[in-house]
Design a protein around this ligand. Structure first.
Ligand code: BGC
Length: 340
């Protein structure tokens, strides 16, 4: 058996428990049971200096104050749903006239989740949290049980799996809303990052950021990331930045469909998901009078939210994929982050 020192450390705050998963390669991940939130992912740079590659807060109470889903699990349905309605059910209207990110606060992104188990084997460590959303919460039918499993392994792979089980037919399309910044501790904006996405098309969106149902080819557009591109260059051609659903090309391998690299720190990130899109949000226009990571004022392009999920508003577009969950068919969404 491999000799290892991986550990899980639990830190109790007033209203939350933070679980720190640390492997033997200087990589650690902090998960909070408040919103099943990824508080930090700490990785070494090219000189071995370890820093956080996500935007977050150093104190658990900050997560009560800032409602832009920093690292949070977003569900029942991430993204927007047209007219906040599904099969006659009136969902919360919180992005008028639509429904967004599961509905009004406090949504399950700002709620306590229960610890189900800690995982420790010779190759991985993890934590499983569960939230049971009662029938009718945020307008959705069915009692939906969501388990979120966060696992870090010795190969620097961090995997998040959501398991959904419902009492009645309902919708389920979760995401983890992590804002990445590979410079570490929000040292610099993300403009010099290089990004690659295996997507030939994006979903066109209207003025409310709701998909129109049309797909646009990325060819000759600033959205063409099929080969690695400098993010700042693309953003200089997009005055409103990116808040864009990229439809992933089918691929047979488990290779990342998205790669991000910061040439300065040397840090890299690869993401593979079994969902069919990434919503990429560049925080353009997001100027906050608060500090992230205790160090830096929130500004445009301080982070890049990469949201693996089924295409937004899927129930209204037959070719967007299925997000309807039934009692007979539990659903599993899985995303793996390779950190190196
Ligand atoms: C949405 C943005 C929104 C942000 C923060 C993103 O996922 O696409 O439109 O401003 O979340 O709430």
């Amino acid at each position: 058996m491999e000799d290892f020192n991986m550990e899980i450390n639990q830190q109790i705050h007033n209203q939350a428990t933070w679980f720190t998963l640390t492997n033997d390669h200087n990589v650690s991940v902090i998960i909070s049971d408040f919103g099943a939130t990824v508080v930090a992912i700490n990785t070494p740079d090219k000189n071995g200096h370890v820093a956080n590659i996500t935007l977050g807060f150093m104190h658990s109470h900050s997560y009560l104050q800032h409602h832009d889903y920093f690292g949070a699990t977003v569900a029942r349905v991430a993204g927007r749903l047209a007219n906040a309605s599904w099969q006659g059910h009136q969902l919360d209207i919180n992005s008028t006239p639509n429904h967004m990110h599961g509905g009004e606060h406090p949504s399950l992104s700002y709620t306590h989740w229960n610890l189900i188990k800690l995982i420790k084997t010779d190759s991985q460590i993890g934590v499983v949290l569960r939230y049971i959303s009662p029938a009718g919460e945020n307008g959705y039918p069915g009692r939906l049980s969501i388990s979120a499993m966060f696992v870090l392994d010795q190969k620097n792979k961090f995997t998040i799996t959501y398991f959904g089980n419902t009492s009645e037919t309902t919708l389920f399309n979760p995401t983890t809303h992590i804002y990445f910044n590979l410079s570490g501790n929000a040292h610099a904006v993300v403009d010099n990052h290089e990004i690659r996405i295996n997507a030939d098309t994006i979903a066109e969106t209207d003025a409310n950021k709701l998909p129109t149902g049309k797909f646009l080819s990325v060819a000759d557009m600033p959205y063409d990331f099929r080969q690695p591109q400098n993010l700042g260059l693309a953003l200089s051609k997009l005055p409103n930045g990116l808040d864009t659903p990229f439809k992933l090309n089918p691929q047979s391998s488990l290779q990342p469909q998205l790669s991000l690299k910061d040439p300065e720190s040397g840090r890299k990130l690869g993401i593979h998901t079994n969902a069919n899109s990434f919503i990429v949000f560049s925080t353009t226009g997001f100027e906050g009078d608060f500090l992230v990571d205790g160090t830096r004022k929130m500004t445009s392009q301080l982070g890049l939210a990469i949201e693996p999920q089924m295409l937004p508003d899927a129930p209204n577009h037959p070719n967007f994929g299925n997000i309807v969950i039934t009692p007979d068919n539990p659903m599993i969404y899985q995303t793996a982050y390779t950190l190196n």
